[in-house]
Design a protein around this ligand. Structure first.
Ligand SMILES: NC(=O)C1=CN([C@@H]2O[C@H](COP(=O)(O)OP(=O)(O)OC[C@H]3O[C@@H](n4cnc5c(N)ncnc54)[C@H](OP(=O)(O)O)[C@@H]3O)[C@@H](O)[C@H]2O)C=CC1
Ligand SMILES: CC(=O)N[C@@H](CCC(=O)OP(=O)(O)O)C(=O)O
Length: 341
């Protein structure tokens, strides 16, 4: 039976990507679209590229009739999201795309995000939303916390290697190159074309907040405390994240561990050893490409991962999780090939 979906934060970038993917989803229909400042507008006004779709107008969360809604995507700033998700009626399952429910320990959340958690009773029940690693828990969950997009990219490169014990957990360096849409649609001086184009620079220094997600998930996979060095760089592109991970281990063993772990994963592609992925080869899709290239120095290896921050890094991942939560085919609506060129 077709499931009815609400998107809260439908006028933002991840909201637009949710609508774009759901427009051809075989088992989901959009029942409500919510916004804040843009409530009252039509989707054609907010996103002209979606004007061909027959969609409800944007309303505030309070105006929604929740009785017919099966699942809500919350695509909001993290503090707001905790408050909004806490007010959803009990029958509505939720996937939160923000950082609001990702960190299991509320004191860790407070340390990294500088705010007290506003929905502690929900945090206890939230499942971390990396589909390939929490599939069974997600299928049973009422609330799923979508991952950070940088976090997801690094995890696809590294998590299987920690679980398999083929890299040194104390020697992980993650350099990441991130498209501008990762910063959202709200106007910010640092995201103007003239500030971003024709160059690149590291950001989130000295320590980006997604480091807390790496600490949490890498430590769990390794069975010991793991702390990484993570540096994101802003890339003059709209979409995409590339992770270059520097690790210590044997390239053959690393490639074999990734190939084995992802052999049955429909969205995870392991490239032949020696090849590196590119963001332009996953653009607009739910695929993640992973590659392994040995360094000339024995025991040092580069592991790469590339994904689209708005798809596999957020909205595509969220729809994959919704498919699991609603008992649908996990790949439904998501098999579209990447856009190239
Ligand atoms: N962009 C990305 O690549 C990724 C983003 N995320 C996370 O997902 C979330 C959404 O990101 P993104 O789409 O980029 O953000 P945007 O800034 O593009 O959009 C934010 C949305 O939130 C809405 N909003 C804010 N407050 C309220 C409210 N009180 N009630 C209803 N709607 C409200 C805005 O509405 P209005 O326009 O009307 O003000 C807008 O639709 C964020 O937490 C972000 O950190 C996670 C992974 C990747
Ligand atoms: C370019 C850029 O600014 N990217 C964002 C990625 C956003 C993301 O993953 O969202 P959360 O805020 O939900 O963690 C950043 O690095 O913070």
């Amino acid at each position: 039976m077709t499931k009815t979906i609400a998107i809260i934060g439908a006028s933002g970038y991840t909201g637009a990507e949710l609508i774009r993917i759901l427009a051809t989803h075989p088992d989901m229909r959009i029942g409500a679209l919510c916004a804040d400042r843009k409530a009252g507008m039509t989707i054609a006004q907010v996103f002209p590229h979606l004007r061909h779709l027959d969609l409800p107008a944007l309303v505030t969360v309070d105006e929604v009739d929740w009785s017919g809604i099966d699942l809500a995507f919350a695509a909001l700033p993290h503090g707001t999201s905790q408050e909004v998700v806490a007010k959803l009626p009990p029958h509505v399952k939720c996937i939160d795309l923000s950082a609001g429910f990702r960190l299991r320990d509320p004191s860790v959340y407070e340390k990294w995000y500088g705010d007290a958690h506003r929905a502690l009773h929900l945090q206890e029940k939230a499942v971390y939303g990396l589909s390939e690693f929490y599939r069974d828990e997600i299928a049973q969950a009422h609330l799923v916390a979508g991952t950070g997009c940088n976090a997801a990219t690094g995890m696809f490169a590294i998590l299987p290697l920690l679980s398999a014990g083929v890299i040194d957990p104390d020697e992980i360096i993650l350099d990441m190159f991130c498209g501008v849409s990762g910063a959202g649609r709200a106007a910010k001086e640092g995201m103007l074309h003239s500030e971003v184009s024709e160059g690149t620079h590291p950001y989130g220094l000295p320590v980006h907040r997604h480091t807390s997600e790496f600490d949490q998930e890498f430590s769990k996979a390794a069975g010991q405390k793991v702390e990484v060095t993570f540096t994101p760089h802003l890339m003059p592109a709209n979409r995409g994240i590339l992770c270059t991970a520097h690790v210590r281990g044997d390239a053959d063993a690393i490639h074999a561990a990734l190939a084995a772990r992802y052999a049955d994963e429909p969205f995870c592609v392991v490239l032949p050893q020696g090849e590196a992925p590119a963001t332009r080869h996953v653009r607009g899709s739910n695929f993640v490409h992973v590659g392994v290239v040995a360094d000339r120095r024995a025991g040092r290896v580069r592991v790469f991962a590339a994904l689209d921050n708005l798809a596999k890094g957020s909205s595509g991942q969220a729809i994959q999780n919704a498919n699991l939560m609603l008992g649908l085919d996990e790949t439904a609506g998501l098999m579209l090939a990447p856009m190239f060129p």
